[in-house]
Design a protein around this ligand. Sequence first.
Ligand SMILES: C[S@@+](CC[C@H](N)C(=O)[O-])C[C@H]1O[C@@H](n2cnc3c(N)ncnc32)[C@H](O)[C@@H]1O
Length: 227
Amino acid sequence: MSNMFDVYQNFSDLYDELVNHEDYENNLYKFLNDNIQWENKVVGEFGIGTGRVSRNYIDKAKKLFAYDNSQHMLDKAKENLSKWTDKIEYSVLDNSKLNTIENTFDIIIEGWSFGHLVVQENENRDQTIQYLISETKKRAKEIIFIETLGTNVESPNPPGEKLSKFYQALVENGFKEHIIQTDYKFNNYEDAGKIMGAFFGDSMKNDIIQKQLNVIKEYTGIWICRN
Ligand SMILES: C[S@@+](CC[C@H](N)C(=O)[O-])C[C@H]1O[C@@H](n2cnc3c(N)ncnc32)[C@H](O)[C@@H]1O
């Protein structure tokens, strides 16, 4: 299996296992807590997945409106975030329909989700990028986009022209770019190959096994805009 969308629709446990091995040094948590004031804030999170990003701030936030277009992922997020049920409202929403929500937030955050829409939108990529920027800016004063700058690579770079365009547009529209490492760590290279390969595909799996890697580098970009 290597189709990410199949994972999102049917294999949330596998996705959750993958991200539970990511960022073993806790750099995302440190960054988000050192740089963002979450206390008493109303947060809108898009493409919440199984709740890995939300776990970093939910203790402090006042309320979270959590969105994803996969009910299957939302169900896993509900399980993972059950301790905070009282302050989370879950909704199925496609990122292309941001314009339909009436809520506004103190903070909007998304992790590794908007990039999918940007990559898929071959016909209207520039408009999609502007749409994601303008619809989030209308709805929050502080906006945080988290996206990949490469998996199993030696230095941070946008993986491909399509995401490169997206990241460039963020900076041109007032977002400040930060780069952190969120490396994966597994007990052994066999587990690393199996779990990483199930999500990223066979060439990732073969590379990890051939190099016997149990730590896999991941570079992560965090773009923040304060209106
Ligand atoms: C790589 S996962 C990231 C999940 C979570 N933010 C995290 O950091 O683990 C991408 C998530 O975005 C969701 N997603 C993908 N395309 C989407 C779209 N067009 N609209 C809404 N959600 C989408 C998927 O269902 C999945 O939960």
